[in-house]
Design a protein around this ligand. Structure first.
Ligand code: SF4
Ligand code: SF4
Length: 207
């Protein structure tokens, strides 16, 4: 008898637990039913990549001095710097430069360490091809500037999360002047500038 009662008790406990879990799951469902969808209708709508997005690398041929620093700092020694050494001028003449973006991990080490700043990260992220060998970009392909989402007349640019005001997750129908969460780099620099009173105090101290 006791065993039977214990079984009934366990069964009732498990039923109550299952009902609680179903309730928890449904509460999430009902909560989402109140919200607007945040779907981006790609390719008619596209998100504006954030300021420090590391997309396809841009290369400026004329600035490159063939030092191969980019190759040494790359975790997979990826950039190919093809140059000829000119004995008369004792300089390296760059002939070709290429990076295979099918292998690149977009860590931006090469960009960070290039002494002449001839490499830079663009906001281009649409690089899909049917043949992976087409991702091996030469200096001509890398010299092309990307098409900006905001300048494409065929596309509705949407602000991504970094640009949305605090608490907003839906980039649709946002008034153009709405402030984004967080500060822009130039606003941070502006905040760091000393105020007039601080400047006067500093001058008085130095006098
Ligand atoms: S580090 Fe910069 S300058 Fe040097 S080879 Fe690479 S791209 Fe050219
Ligand atoms: S981004 Fe990183 S992986 Fe790609 S070429 Fe530069 S250093 Fe190499």
């Amino acid at each position: 008898m006791l065993k039977f009662l214990k079984q009934v008790g366990d069964y009732a406990k498990e039923t109550a637990q299952a009902a609680r879990y179903i309730g928890q799951g449904l509460s999430v469902t009902f909560d989402h039913m109140q919200r607007r969808p945040v779907t981006v209708q790609y390719p008619y709508e596209k998100l504006i990549p954030s300021e420090r997005y590391r997309g396809r690398i841009h290369f400026e041929f004329d600035k490159c001095i063939s030092c191969e620093v980019c190759v040494r700092v790359c975790p997979i020694n990826l950039p190919v710097v093809d140059y000829e050494f000119d004995r008369a001028s004792k300089k390296k003449n760059l002939k070709h430069y290429s990076i295979d973006f099918g292998v690149c991990i977009f860590c931006a080490n090469c960009i960070e360490y290039c002494p002449t700043n001839c490499l830079s990260a663009t906001e281009e992220y649409e690089m899909s091809t049917y043949d992976r060998h087409e991702l091996n970009y030469d200096n001509v392909a890398m010299g092309r500037l990307p098409y900006k989402v905001t300048q494409d007349p065929m596309v509705t640019p949407l602000r991504e999360l970094a640009y949305l005001p605090k608490g907003v997750t839906d980039p649709h129908d946002l008034p153009p002047g709405s402030r984004r969460a967080g500060l822009r780099p130039e606003e941070i620099v502006e905040q760091m500038e000393p105020t007039e009173a601080e400047k006067e105090e500093e001058t008085a101290k130095n006098a």
